[in-house]
Design a protein around this ligand. Structure first.
Ligand code: SF4
Length: 329
């Protein structure tokens, strides 16, 4: 029996190369070793979204990018959180065993209180309980996390432990699979690549779009003239060359230091290499997008498989909590 991995991802629409080189590649690599459950957590998104106009498209685009990149719906369960309503039931039941004090001390809750003081909703406080319900509903045993997410998983473990000690063993304690996601710096050269900072390249971008975006990227700020020697170690174009032009990276660094290559030529080379690395993904994406209802069907199938597990878990939970069974079905 393979262990079950659970991972949830907010619907962020079209994915960028930072998502691709970190999270998506990691999810692809887990598919053979584990029984993977990948969930697009639209209900979580509602804790910070005040406008849901783009939500459906964001889910669609994200799923399309993931499947084009190599998440295989035959191997993994891929679905949308709200399509399996049992998660809300488990969320309510787990909230009864979760002391409020645990939730109020969560650092991300405190950050959100500061960043969205006009919208400190109940869902923000309950976020870790919903996250626990996501994992526990599918009896997730392994959760891939970066070091910064360990405190969240620790709360999930505490909630599960408390439930098991009050009502008997139902849930495995999820274990962290510490994953080092490469830090991909955005085109501004100073912050992580992110949609929030508008410093990203979408994985489905056309060669022209990639070229346009790369040409705007910040390089070594000390290299003001073509004849100035550069410092590749502080240039983000160079860090992307190490990923997309690995066989020539040393040569590029040396040419940059000697000012024998200019930034325009260096960027054009990078744009070409990013574009050709992503070409198979772009082609697969276009092929999948041309099939009417493909994504809808994959997500519906994922929800059916996920719900079958969820129903079993809820039955077990209610029995262990000694809730009275409904007399007539
Ligand atoms: S030549 Fe390339 S690596 Fe050197 S500063 Fe310019 S863009 Fe960066």
């Amino acid at each position: 029996m393979k262990k079950r991995v659970f991972s949830g991802f907010r619907p962020t629409g079209k994915q960028h190369i930072g998502n691709y080189l970190g999270t998506i590649q990691n999810c692809i690599s887990l598919q053979d070793e584990y029984d993977c459950v990948y969930c697009i957590v639209d209900i979580h998104a509602l804790t910070t979204l005040e406008n849901t106009k783009t939500l459906q498209n964001d889910i669609y685009d994200m799923a399309l990018d993931w499947l084009a990149a190599g998440i295989d719906p035959q191997k993994s369960i891929v679905f949308v959180q709200s399509h399996v309503p049992q998660v809300m039931e488990l969320y309510s039941l787990l909230s009864m065993v979760t002391p409020l004090s645990w939730l109020l001390r969560v650092p991300t809750f405190k950050e959100k209180v500061k960043s969205q003081p006009h919208n400190v909703n109940y869902g923000l406080v309950g976020y870790p309980v919903l996250m626990t319900a996501d994992i526990a509903l599918y009896k997730g045993e392994v959760v891939p996390v970066g070091e910064d997410q360990l405190p969240h998983l620790e709360i999930a473990r505490e909630i599960v432990r408390r439930f098991n000690s009050l009502y008997g063993f139902v849930f495995p304690e999820p274990q962290a699979k510490l994953t080092s996601f490469p830090l991909i710096v955005g085109l501004d050269g100073s912050q992580k690549m992110s949609k929030s900072y508008s410093n990203y390249i979408e994985i489905a971008a056309s060669p022209e779009e990639i070229s346009e975006q790369v040409m705007t990227a910040v390089t070594d700020p000390a290299r003001r003239y073509r004849s100035d020697p550069g410092h590749p170690e502080i240039c983000n174009i160079y860090s992307l060359h190490k990923i997309f032009t690995p066989s020539q990276a040393e040569e590029i660094a040396s040419e940059c230091r000697q000012a024998s290559i200019g930034c325009v030529k260096c960027k054009k080379m990078l744009a070409r290499n990013i574009s050709s690395a992503l070409e198979p993904l772009r082609e697969k994406r276009a092929a999948l997008a041309s099939k009417p209802d493909y994504i809808t069907e994959v997500l519906a199938d994922g929800a059916t498989r996920a719900e079958a597990i969820a129903k079993e878990t809820i039955k077990e939970v209610k029995e262990s909590m000694n809730l009275l069974k409904r007399g007539r079905a």
